[in-house]
Design a protein around this ligand. Structure first.
Ligand code: AMP
Length: 364
């Protein structure tokens, strides 16, 4: 069985690593010949909209998946016509556009921050009395890791903020005064079977995820599962999904979802019975889904911009290093480490030490 992956970065790398024990082979389309997953499969070297390469991918792969949600709609529909692509194009179309996504959440009765569509400075000025300060202006498309986002504190911020969007269709969102950020990683297979991981509690800084911790038996688990079920069933979804929420005094507000494996689920590699990567493959191949149970206390720390030595990480009890084979560059995720432990104190000590190591090399 051959699985095609659009994108050859760290997510594709971890999908491929999880697929080897299942006897899977991979064919990876990526414009770079130094991407981290190259070498774990056959590399189709070129742009994502290269028709000849897409035809070759469709021909070689029994099924195609992707590691980023900005797959152009025409590419997804070409692949759907010539092979199978999971998650399907309907999920991509929604996740690619923050306005469509927020409207979709509302249609499913899933609460979000206050928001309004913005296509001009005038729209923004008219929206602010309802949205209220502080707020965030976000481009509807192509935003990730806090890119394409401008904070709005007072009305004098509006002209510059709108100008920085360079005319891109945008939305304005009220700033959410949240207690926590959490994400739900879940999988669904074509038969409708679903599994849900324990919630991840996520710490971001400057829009980039730094730390995720598994929260077993969280009070918000059930609410998150209910909202995620609505999304999965409405879309007839197949694969892993990550839904990001703000916890505002015990109530969840949905921020966004990613139709793919997700950084906040990396702790599942050693920290859960079945990793998100394996469950993604099981789901798209319509194999029985694996247990999502946590193996004790589990967490993950990202290394951004620089790397500690592998020895420094592995010196910490119960830690595991995951290198992405990427050259460190300012603000670039180059690796993560996971910690898993049966003892809560050992877990928090090791996690704290990992965070210190990450901070020492962080240049973002
Ligand atoms: P996003 O690209 O929407 O995931 O935003 C990246 C990060 O910015 C989020 O994980 C939050 O930490 C922060 N953020 C985004 N939108 C809001 C909001 N409306 N209120 C407060 N923080 C936000």
């Amino acid at each position: 069985m051959k699985v095609g992956i659009l994108g050859g970065g760290q997510l594709a790398r971890m999908i491929a690593l999880a697929g080897y024990p299942l006897g899977l082979q991979f064919v990876i389309l990526d414009p770079s010949d130094t991407a981290g997953a190259i070498g774990l499969g056959e590399h189709l070297h070129g742009e994502y909209d290269n028709q000849a390469l897409l035809a070759e991918l469709a021909e070689k792969a029994d099924i195609v998946t992707y590691e980023f949600e900005n797959v152009p709609a025409e590419v997804a529909s070409f692949l759907a016509d010539h092979t199978k692509i999971y998650p399907a194009a309907n999920a991509l179309a929604i996740a690619q556009d923050r306005l469509t996504e927020k409207n979709f959440f509302h249609q499913l009765d899933i609460p979000t921050a206050e928001f309004a569509p913005i296509n001009s400075l005038e729209d923004l000025q008219n929206a602010m009395p309802d949205i209220k300060y502080p707020a965030i202006l976000k481009s509807r498309r192509m935003g990730y890791d806090g890119k394409g986002q401008m904070p709005l504190k007072i009305s004098a911020d509006l002209p510059d903020a709108w100008q920085s969007m360079a005319g891109a269709q945008s939305i304005v969102e009220g700033f959410v005064d949240f207690q926590r950020e959490v994400s739900m990683i879940a999988a669904r297979r074509p038969s409708g079977e679903m599994v849900f991981y324990p919630l991840s509690e996520n710490q971001h800084s400057r829009g980039i995820l730094r730390v995720s911790k598994c929260c077993e038996n969280d009070v918000l688990q059930q609410q998150a599962e209910e909202y995620t079920t609505r999304i999965l069933e409405t879309l007839n979804y197949v694969g892993i999904i990550a839904v990001e929420f703000f916890d505002v005094q015990g109530k969840l507000l949905a921020n966004e979802f990613a139709p793919r494996v997700h950084n906040s689920g990396h702790w599942t590699i050693e920290g859960a019975e079945t990793s998100q990567f394996e469950n993604h493959l099981r789901a798209i191949l319509d194999l029985p889904l694996g247990s999502t149970k946590a193996r004790g206390y589990a967490g993950m720390v990202n290394f951004i911009g620089g790397l500690p030595t592998t020895t420094q990480v592995l010196d910490l009890p119960n830690s595991h290093m995951h290198l992405y084979d990427k050259v460190p560059r300012k603000g670039r995720k180059v690796a993560h480490a996971t910690i898993r432990a049966d003892d809560p104190e050992l877990f928090s000590n090791s996690l704290k030490q990992l965070q210190d190591l990450a901070q020492e090399v962080d240049d973002s």
